[in-house]
Design a protein around this ligand. Structure first.
Ligand SMILES: [Zn+2]
Length: 78
């Protein structure tokens, strides 16, 4: 199985914590277009947290944000 890059995981984690702006999020999406591991991960995330577009404008439900953060932490800890 192809894993997402560590950089991507850390960036998305920061994004979920509200520490990354929409432009940085664009960079994540662009990278995922050329990286199969990140593409699969970002795709799955997009469905749950509405990565970039939605999340930039609306508050994520806390439960959703925490679930996504936990999933990312797990991958980072591996
Ligand atoms: Zn990648």
């Amino acid at each position: 199985m192809t894993r997402p890059c560590r950089d991507t995981l850390e960036n998305i984690s920061a994004y979920l914590d509200g520490e990354l702006d929409a432009r940085a999020c664009e960079a994540i999406e662009q990278h995922s277009r050329t990286c199969p591991g990140c593409a699969a991960f970002v795709d799955g995330l997009r469905q749950t947290v509405g990565l970039c577009r939605q999340a930039a404008n609306t508050e994520l439900p806390e439960a959703v944000r925490q679930r996504a953060s936990a999933a990312i932490r797990q991958l980072l800890d591996d």
